[in-house]
Design a protein around this ligand. Structure first.
Ligand code: 9Z3
Length: 308
């Protein structure tokens, strides 16, 4: 299939996906629009951060799901660093996954002892973020909820132009059971093996890049378990979608090392043993790199816009 055919095919599959599924009852609407409108108005950079894993229901009256490993640490830590860099953040997270700010605090601190010295700065940032209303949390559980929310939020973020950054760190399932192929009721257990038929999830980065928020700076993640696949897979994602950055990581080393790929090459970000022992986080380095590149991207778009 040529690149153009692949693109058209993906667009058709994405449209079909949304038309075959009801939107979730709690689909975000006005909250997101007014949050993004306010920050577009005051020229705050905006990050849409996705976090945690998507659940795949196996029955319509769902008793069982297919799950993945993601804890949501990457998304939560990255959100704090975006906020510390002056961004407003829509945090699209898996319900009950790790949350920004709260992940640092123990119940003992809240009820008895006051904050540990290393949490005081975090607490100050939290208060400032609350005061300036720079964090909006949106929860999901299933793949379907995730994609409906993402589409809605990304379309609304289009009003922020190139000040918007989409950071897709959620672990999104590659396979799902379409609604019309799902059992109505609980799959009954028996002595026979259970065979499930899963279909590929349409590649939503295509419509995100081309329709939903085409002016935004887009960062996707590539997860592998074998080092020798990571570079090729990350580069082919960049080629396929034509977006700005891919952050490549390996399951076992994801807390200490990542590779950032752009159209020109790659850089490796790593925590030294000393940094890791002292509790430094790789997200600090990732977000510094991403924010620098986003600022440059936005500046170039402004210059080009002025010249036209
Ligand atoms: C990532 O690769 C994230 O870094 C992790 C973070 C999910 C590994 P944790 O939540 O882990 O902190 O425990 N996210 C993207 C993974 C993903 O689903 N990528 C897909 C792929 O690799 C498509 S974009 O094909």
């Amino acid at each position: 299939m040529s690149a153009k055919e692949e693109f058209i095919d993906a667009q058709i599959k994405c449209d079909k996906f949304f038309s075959s599924l009801e939107p979730p009852a709690n689909l975000v609407t006005d909250d997101v629009d007014s949050f993004l409108r306010r920050h577009a108005g005051d020229e705050t950079p905006v990050a849409i951060v996705t976090s945690g894993g998507t659940a795949i229901p196996i029955e319509r009256n769902t008793v069982r799901f297919i799950e993945n490993f993601s804890t949501g640490t990457r998304g939560a830590a990255s959100t704090e660093h975006f906020l510390a860099n002056g961004y407003a953040v829509v945090f699209l997270h898996r319900h009950q996954s790790i949350q920004p700010f709260f992940r640092h605090v123990s119940l003992a601190e809240v009820f008895d002892e006051g904050f540990h010295p290393e949490n005081v700065k975090m607490h100050e940032l939290y208060n400032e973020v609350k005061r300036t209303n720079r964090l909006l949390r949106v929860g999901f559980s299933t793949l379907c909820e995730y994609l409906w929310h993402l589409r809605r939020i990304a379309k609304s973020a289009d009003q922020c132009g190139s000040r918007a950054l989409v950071y897709l760190s959620a672990a999104v399932s590659d396979y799902y059971i379409p609604f019309d192929k799902m059992e109505e009721h609980k799959v009954q257990s028996g002595c026979e093996a259970l065979t499930l038929h899963l279909e590929p999830v349409p590649k939503m980065v295509y419509p995100l890049r081309n329709e939903w928020c085409p002016k935004a700076f887009v960062v996707t993640f590539k997860l592998e378990t074998q080092q020798d696949l990571l570079a090729d897979k990350s580069r082919s994602a960049l080629l396929r979608y034509g977006h700005q950055l891919v952050v490549g990581n390996l399951l076992d080393t994801r807390r200490r090392e990542v590779f950032i790929y752009d159209q020109n090459g790659s850089v490796r970000l790593k925590l030294s043993d000393a940094e890791f022992t002292e509790g430094a986080e790789i997200e600090d380095k990732i977000i510094s790199e991403v924010v620098t590149r986003h600022r440059h991207f936005h500046k170039m778009k402004e210059i080009i816009g002025r010249e036209q």
